[in-house]
Design a protein around this ligand. Structure first.
Ligand code: BG6
Length: 473
């Protein structure tokens, strides 16, 4: 029951959620630095101004990760720390910081897995239209090239974008992420297309440098399953997966969009503007992608909306991931089911859905290399006699790693697993209350770090290469 020796056991974080130091050493402001200051946007007004102060404590944090036996660490680079205005001058102190983080990882033999964009867009670019403005595409490719040149000698795994569906969906449909726009499908599809174009052009730029590393992108993977066997709900499942999976992976892996979706977009006037050079870039880059990343937390259970389309009054509360909302096009709704298990935040716990979803991806995209770039349990961890006893997290990760092993044994090509998260960090909309880490951060005591029960458990899993997991009978 061992995972192969080249399988990477890792854990992940993202810059805005850990670094703090938002205006130190030449860093420019990001869209998030501004957005979190709008009343009501985040849980109890929490911000990443200090976060867990990783900017000043990264050596201590990476030392702990090494002690946990981590083989790889996925973290993101803050674009405005490297290029404060988004374009133009490069901030050497920003480059120095990430060089130090990378070198610290390598000192312990930890493979750095670098995300270039985990949602913090330089503020001047957001002000000029953000991802709807095509200038952002070129700005991103320039920023990516700066990173390849600065870090590519030591970083051999790059993720261009994290979860396009989340930052564009929340940004232009739910209004829950910057730029806080609601119900604008036309802008939403334009933003996603611009992101895919930026990805494709960055892949081409990377391959031209011949750095002999791997590049791909990460998507939140929430496969849709019908609530029952009825024809209408089966239709809802297929419809949801076309918009939630194929719209996101087809342009990357096949170099073109799924016809099912484009026909609907044309009919509704939602089709994005696609320039010829962008079309060509998608086609050329498709075979050059080395992997896709999947962030799996939960599947969605769907049923078709019969009759009048429902509308939803968007709020932070109904944007934090629990089922119960109609789809943006009013075609189906996501539902919580009586026979399923849910976290305290209402997210379904389904390792079975993970295996089924991975099978589905293999069916769609064949033998593509995959990394699970996020998976984990958000919880309020119990503290008993000073110990952080996060047993539910241990059970969650155990069951999901077993699901990954099962899929691998069935022939799905998964090369690594990154638990979310390496250390407790800021949840974009849920503040510090919702914890994911193996390492606890005490916000009442100078951000002191403390190992949780799961820290010791994950170390044992890595040491035994998964042999000591509690596999289902
Ligand atoms: C993923 C993001 O969508 O989910 C992470 O990539 C995020 O950045 C994680 O923290 C968990 O989300 P939440 O809302 O529970 O903090």
């Amino acid at each position: 029951m061992k995972f192969s020796n080249d399988f990477l056991f890792g854990a992940a974080t993202a810059a805005y959620q850990i670094e703090g130091a938002i205006d130190i050493d030449g860093k420019g402001l990001s869209n998030w630095d501004e957005f979190v200051k709008i009343p009501g946007k985040t849980f109890e007004g929490t911000t990443g101004d200090v976060a867990i102060d990783h900017y000043h404590r990264f050596k201590e944090d990476i030392k702990l990760m090494a002690e946990m036996g981590l083989e790889s660490y996925r973290f993101s680079i803050s674009w405005p720390r490297v290029i404060p205005n988004g374009v133009g001058e490069v901030n050497q102190k920003g480059i120095d910081f990430y060089n130090a983080v990378i070198d610290e990882c390598l000192k312990y033999g930890i493979v750095p897995f670098v995300t270039l964009y985990h949602w913090d867009l330089p503020l001047p670019l957001e002000r000029k239209g953000g991802w709807v403005n095509k200038e952002t595409i070129d700005a991103f490719v320039n920023y990516a090239s700066v990173c390849f040149n600065a870090f590519g000698d030591r970083v051999k795994h790059f993720i261009t974008f994290n979860e396009t569906v989340v930052f564009c969906g929340h940004g232009y449909l739910a209004g829950a992420h910057p730029p806080g726009i609601k119900d604008e499908p036309k802008q939403y599809f334009q933003a996603t297309h611009n992101v895919f174009s930026a990805h494709a052009k960055a892949v081409l730029a990377y391959k031209e440098l011949r750095q002999f590393g791997d590049i791909g992108l990460s998507h939140v993977f929430s496969p849709a399953f019908s609530v029952d066997d009825s024809a209408e709900n089966r239709w809802a499942e297929q419809h949801a997966n076309q918009f939630g999976i194929n719209w996101y992976y087809d342009p990357i892996l096949k170099g073109h969009y799924p016809e099912y979706v484009t026909e609907i977009l044309e009919k509704n006037g939602w089709m994005p503007e696609i320039l010829e050079d962008e079309k060509q870039a998608l086609i050329k880059a498709a075979p050059l992608n080395d992997f896709i990343g999947l962030n799996y937390y939960q599947p969605v259970r769907v049923e078709k909306i019969l009759g009048e389309a429902e509308s939803v009054e968007h709020s932070r509360q109904n944007s934090t991931g629990a089922p119960g909302n109609p789809s943006f096009d009013g075609a189906y709704r996501t539902v919580a089911m009586a026979d399923k298990r849910y976290t305290k935040w209402g997210w379904e716990i389904s390792p079975e859905g993970f295996v089924d979803g991975l099978r589905l991806l293999k069916e769609y995209y064949g033998d593509v290399t995959m990394y699970i770039t996020e998976n984990g349990l958000g919880d309020e961890d119990p503290i008993i006699e000073g110990e952080i006893c996060d047993i539910p997290r241990i059970n969650f990760i155990n069951d999901h790693l077993c699901a990954v092993k099962k899929a691998i044994d069935e022939g799905v090509n998964v090369k690594g697993y990154y638990a979310w998260s390496a250390i407790d960090l800021l949840s974009w909309l849920n503040g510090y209350k919702k914890q994911y880490g193996f390492i606890y951060v005490d916000h009442n005591n100078n951000l002191e770090r403390k190992k949780k029960s799961s820290f010791h458990w994950y170390k044992d899993v890595i040491d035994s290469r998964g042999e000591n997991l509690n596999y289902p009978a």
